[in-house]
Design a protein around this ligand. Structure first.
Ligand code: FES
Length: 169
């Protein structure tokens, strides 16, 4: 009989567990899995903006759900990262409303200013440029998200101002 395979034992940071516990408390006691999206965000934030398989396994252990239930969520939503990202993650919406309002020009301007393509990080690890689906702010198209902040009605000139501000932060 084969010995049962053991997953790597990565534990979550104490402060992350405390924050996850606050989310778990919002749901019925037998519905801990409802906190999976919050747990992924919390752990991603404290790991410098990205998730490892070991961390996702640790979340599964903590929520007492199968690892695949965590992987499914973490790979479906674009806000979860599976490789290191820059200090500032620039998410450009290229969905229909933003596309009709010039997201191609926005993407091109970021590419030119940052010197990287979509899905790439600048050599100084300051910026990652990412294409995302609708950010739910279509009335402000074209829209980008950097960190938790949305920037709407973008123009190349506004992008230059945003990048100048971030470069000094
Ligand atoms: S299509 Fe860009 S925010 Fe909705």
């Amino acid at each position: 009989m084969l010995a049962q395979q053991k997953r790597p034992a990565t534990s979550l940071a104490t402060e992350d567990c405390a924050e996850i516990d606050r989310w778990i408390a919002r749901y019925p006691a037998d519905q801990k899995q409802s906190a999976v999206m919050a747990a992924l965000r919390i752990v991603q934030d404290s790991n410098g903006g990205w998730l490892t398989t070991e961390l996702m396994d640790a979340i599964a252990d903590y929520l007492e759900i199968p690892p695949v239930a965590v992987y499914e969520v973490a790979t479906f939503y674009s806000m979860y990262e599976h490789k290191p990202v820059g200090k500032h993650k620039v998410c450009v919406c290229t969905n229909i409303s933003c596309q009709l309002r010039g997201s191609d020009e926005i993407v091109d301007h970021f590419k030119q200013k940052l010197g990287v393509g979509l899905g790439e990080t600048t050599p100084d690890n300051q910026f990652t440029l990412k294409e995302v689906e609708c950010l739910g702010a279509c009335a402000g198209a074209p829209v980008i998200q950097i960190g938790r902040q949305y920037h709407e009605h973008l123009t190349p000139e506004k992008i230059d101002e945003i990048l100048a501000t971030l470069a000094t932060s």
